[in-house]
Structures are given as C-alpha cells and as structure tokens.
Design a protein around this ligand. Structure first.
Ligand code: AHG
Ligand code: MN
Ligand code: MN
Length: 340
C-alpha cells in the first residue's frame, strides 16, 4: 500500500466518532493514548534480546541501574501515560492489588476508567513468541469531580465502551472493538503509526482449531474430556479431527481465533475450580471483541459479558471463539456454581 493511502488509527477513530454528534472525542483520545503506550512497550519488547531487560526484577545492570522485568515496565508505562492524559479517571491492572485513582483536576473530571493486563503471555518473552497488552474501557459510575471508586471497575462486560489488545508478534498490531465493530491496525515502523490493515474484522462462524492446554486434561471433568474426544473424532460433519494449537499467550491464541476461527478454552479443573484467566483483564475484553466480531464467549452456560464481577482479580473459566464451536462445547460442559 502506498503511504498516501494509509489511514492511521487516529484518523480512523476520529472519522468513526463523527458518526455520533454528541461524542466529545474523549474515547478517541483515550484509544490514542493506549496506542502510544503500546508503541513504547513495543520498542522495549523489540529490544528484549539485546538489553538486559530479561533480568529478574530487582537485579541491577552494569551501570548500577535497576533492571525492570518487561511486565513491570509495561505496567508503569500504561499507568503513567493514562495518568498524564486528560480522559482517564483511574486504572486497575493485573499487576496491582487495588485500583489507582488519579487525583488531579482533569482526571477527577474524566468519565472513563481503564483496566489492563499490561503484558500477557509473559512466560513467552524468553522464547521470542508473541505477547500482548489487553485493555478494557468503562464509563465510570461514580460521581464526576470526585475520585473514582472500585465500583467503576466492577462493572459487567456488557457495559464496556471499548476493549482491545496490542499484539507484539511478527508485526505489531493494535486491535480494538466498540459496539460498531472490530478493526485492526498494523504498526508502520517508518512513520511510527498504527495504520488500518484489518477493517471490520469478523470471527468465522465455524472453525477447525481448538486451543487448550491439553496437558491439564488429567484434571478435567467428564464433560470437558467428552468435548476433547469430540475434537479428535474424524467422523464429524466437518470431517477430519480439529487441529490443536496453543501458544500459551491468550492474546496470540485469540488473535488467531479472531482471524481464522476456532475455539480457545481455559476451563475450570480439579485444582483450579474457577479456571485461571482473569475476568476483568483478560476474559471480558476478549469476550467483548469476539462478540463485536460475531463470535461468542461463555463461562459454561452463561455469557462472560453478563457476569457481575465481585472482586477485581476474579477468575472465570472461558470458552470463546467461533459461534458454532462455542455452542457445541456448551452441549458438553455444565457450569459449576463458581461464577456470579
Ligand atoms: P499472564 O502472562 O498475563 O499471566 O497471562 C498468561 C495466561 C494467558 O496468556 C495464557 O493463555 C495462559 O496464561 C496460559 O496458561 P497455562 O500455561 O496454564 O496454559
Ligand atoms: Mn494475561
Ligand atoms: Mn500479565
């Protein structure tokens, strides 16, 4: 594509926002600021093998400077950028015990809060496999002009205004969803901008890939084991057994699922009755994106987006991806009384 035909993420977001005359532009600005954080994290990710950033948090390098683990670096980058922008009243992060409310005059008057998993798939850093950043944006429910409160962060996914992720893969992309749909932007390194590369993304209704840590199957219940046998059967309507793919980084597994179709599963098991993945930082944003792309996300029999969160770091089982594959797995699994 010649550069004159490039549409930057900012241009695209502003054009979309103009469809709503009452929009103030705050959401566009917030998405731009999250994109900026993504670019800064990307710069550090791309240097990961070259500098001492792979060291343990707390270690010191030859200059005597403290080394930062990449997930701490990503967390601090997001916290600082969102603190300095004028559209965010506060954040909650997978890396922090409690939410942070920004107390300056601009921030207390901001209407949005952001939740994020600053670095998803961190076990993949040392092996140069894709990792990502996941974010979720809510309109706050607390009073404007005052500090935001925990209630702002404990809203169900069906109240999200926008959600997305940045994937640091063979290229760097930012994908975000609003109720209008899902669009993907690839970082053009020569101009340092995310440019529209995947307009109006749709998750295929059917797929041929299942994505799960099958090594845990000794801990799965009969319903889950039944579905795994179904995936491996060759006499399904769609013929051969499904392929199994599991990167171990939710962002990367979900990016493939969004584009190619398939199902991603992190179920409850005997040692983790609530599953592993976090509702507010991982499951809700991904469920919002997949639903906006025509797919489906459940925790068993209930839609992920309808779960009323009760605590910031709550975990839920997740079955997410192509609509027909999620409907199929629901025939096998029953929801345990573990989610609100
Ligand atoms: P994080 O790096 O943010 O802690 O998330 C890791 C998550 C998720 O990205 C991935 O899908 C899952 O953990 C993998 O878990 P297992 O190693 O248990 O399969
Ligand atoms: Mn994660
Ligand atoms: Mn993480």
């Amino acid at each position: 594509m010649s550069q004159s035909k490039l549409i930057t993420m900012d241009e695209f977001t502003i054009q979309e926002t103009r469809k709503f005359p009452q929009a103030t532009g705050d959401l566009s600005a917030l998405l731009r600021d999250i994109g900026l954080a993504g670019k800064i994290i990307n710069k550090q990710v791309r240097k990961a093998g070259l500098v001492d950033i792979l060291g343990k948090h707390g270690a010191t390098n030859v200059q005597g400077e403290e080394q930062m683990k990449l997930d701490i670096f990503a967390n601090e980058t997001l916290i600082n950028i969102l603190k300095n922008c004028t559209e965010c009243a506060g954040i909650a992060s997978e890396e922090n015990d409690n939410h942070i409310s920004y107390e300056d005059t601009f921030s207390v008057n901001s209407k949005y809060v952001v939740l994020f998993d600053p670095l998803d798939g961190s076990s993949n850093i040392d092996v140069n496999a894709p990792i990502g950043t996941i974010f979720a944006i809510y309109r706050r429910v607390s009073e404007l002009g005052k500090s935001c409160t925990e209630a702002d962060f404990l809203q169900p996914g069906n109240r999200l205004m926008a959600a997305g992720y940045v994937i640091y893969g063979s290229s760097t992309m930012m994908v975000y969803a609003t109720k209008l749909g899902v669009n993907g932007f690839t970082l053009e390194p020569s101009i340092g901008e995310f440019c529209l590369s995947h307009p109006n993304m749709k998750c295929p209704e059917n797929g041929k890939i299942y994505s799960i840590n099958q090594g845990n199957s000794v801990k799965y219940d009969d319903g889950m084991l039944g579905y795994l046998s179904y995936c491996m059967e060759s006499n399904k309507e769609d013929g051969r057994p499904y392929s199994q793919r599991y990167i171990g980084s939710m962002v990367a597994d979900m990016h493939r699922t969004l584009i190619k179709g398939g199902i991603f599963i992190y179920p409850a098991d005997k040692s983790s009755p609530k599953g592993k993945l976090r509702l507010q930082y991982e499951c809700n944003p991904m469920a919002f994106i997949i639903e906006a792309a025509g797919g489906k996300a459940v925790c068993g029999t209930k839609n992920i987006l309808d779960i009323m969160p009760t605590e910031l770091h709550q975990r839920v089982p997740i079955f997410i991806g192509s609509k027909n594959m999620v409907n199929k797995v629901m025939e096998f699994v029953k929801e345990k009384e573990t989610v609100g």
